[in-house]
Design a protein around this ligand. Structure first.
Ligand SMILES: [Zn+2]
Length: 400
């Protein structure tokens, strides 16, 4: 969307939001792309007929007047364009009558068919359209060429393209095999370093939420493995894909092949944080915290920087009742790990009450500005995390 159009629309949405009808008399009308204008006019005529039954004189007149303006606007426009059409109409005057009508062609396709008569305009669909789209960084590379781009919503923007001087694998006459190999390796490293610097600069500038990397051969894996990207970006790589090209078409292909990853940006965010968590554990990083007791210890004094909690987290205070002997037992535990055997008579006890600590934990995190990641157990990482207790995090500093 062009920046100027966007700003104009933002202003208009703000204006529309500020209006209130005296009664339900403000019309919002959304038509999907290429909708038949005559059907739309017929619908509005039907609404006018219905409006004649409104009891209050002023409301009836205001609604009919507003609808007639909608019908006129439809006739003037003549046809609905490829992005659809939105019309707002009504008496927005405060105190005195002031009828206004707005005809908007959305800057992007808006596939909605809504008729609304209310005391305010329905602007949410437009606001949704204006929302900042998530940005992903794209690189396609091999030893010969690189193209770097940005994916914004569904739009791919090519930002950088370059060709390398890395010599091909075949030895040129007169060169010793080994010397040639060394020269090639040096040139390749130089090339990947350049790509890493350029891409890092672009992705950081654009605040990329995730990074997709593609290419026809093993160079892309080498690029990922040897960490040529800025350290702030390394755990944002969400897909590494084989693609046939290293030009603009390659970027398109990369996006097409990463559809699954991209459609699950939530899932991607989960994977990223969980990957970071499990890596920290395997590397014995000293800022990683796990187990309920440890996490609570850090959390409750504000020493936890980031909290990860599974939406299926099931630790809390459990109250058990033995229906045979009347024994009551209370303990803090995982709901699925509790031993239900009665410690008095040996029969199975029933769970009478369970106070999940989930909400309490989130409240505490909020109090200390701990960044919270709630993860699902839909992914294999999420499952693994749940079996790990479903709670973990990173501390601001190490406690003894
Ligand atoms: Zn018992």
């Amino acid at each position: 969307m062009e920046e100027e159009k966007k700003i104009q629309l933002k202003k208009l949405v703000k204006e529309l939001e500020s209006y209130r009808g005296r009664k339900t008399e403000l019309i919002s009308y959304y038509l999907p792309p290429n909708y038949d204008i005559n059907s739309a006019i017929a619908q509005i005529s039907a609404e006018i007929a219905t409006a004649r039954n409104i009891k209050s004189d002023t409301t009836r007149n205001n609604v009919i007047d507003a609808l007639e303006r909608v019908a006129n606007a439809l006739r003037n426009v003549g046809k609905v364009g490829k992005n659809g059409l939105v019309i707002f109409s009504g008496n927005v005057g405060k105190g005195k009558d002031e009828f206004k009508v707005w005809v908007i062609e959305p800057p992007e396709p808006l596939n909605l068919k809504i008729y609304r008569c209310d005391n305010q305009f329905l602007v949410e669909p437009l606001k949704e359209l204006l929302k900042e789209k998530e940005v992903f960084g794209l690189i396609v590379l091999d030893s010969k060429e690189v193209t770097i781009g940005i994916l914004r919503g569904k739009n791919i923007e090519v930002i950088y393209n370059d060709e390398s001087n890395v010599p091909s694998k075949t030895v040129k006459g007169g060169w010793s095999q080994q010397r040639y190999k060394r020269i090639r390796e040096q040139a390749l490293e130089e090339w990947l370093k350049e790509i890493g610097e350029k891409a890092s600069q672009i992705f950081l500038q654009n605040d990329a939420k995730g990074i997709l990397i593609g290419g026809p051969g093993p160079i892309k894996e080498e690029f990922v493995k040897n960490e040529y990207l800025d350290y702030r970006l390394r755990d944002k790589i969400i897909a590494v894909k084989d693609v046939g090209y290293t030009n603009e078409y390659g970027l398109q292909e990369l996006v097409n092949r990463s559809e699954e990853e991209l459609s699950k940006t939530e899932v991607v965010r989960e994977k990223i944080i969980l990957k970071k968590f499990f890596e920290a554990i395997s590397k014995l990083q000293n800022n990683v915290v796990y187990s309920v007791a440890e996490v609570l210890k850090y959390l409750e004094i504000g020493a936890l920087e980031e909290l990860i909690i599974s939406e299926d987290f099931n630790f809390g205070k459990i109250r058990l009742l033995c229906k045979s002997c009347g024994n009551v037992r209370e303990e803090e535990n995982f709901l699925d790990k509790i031993d239900k055997k009665c410690n008095v008579c040996g029969k199975e006890m029933e769970i009478e009450d369970f106070n999940n600590y989930f909400d309490k934990i989130l409240e505490t995190a909020k109090k200390y500005n701990t960044k919270v990641y709630i993860v699902s157990s839909q992914t294999s990482e999420g499952q693994q995390f749940l079996s790990f207790g479903g709670i973990g995090g990173f501390s601001r500093f190490k406690l003894d």
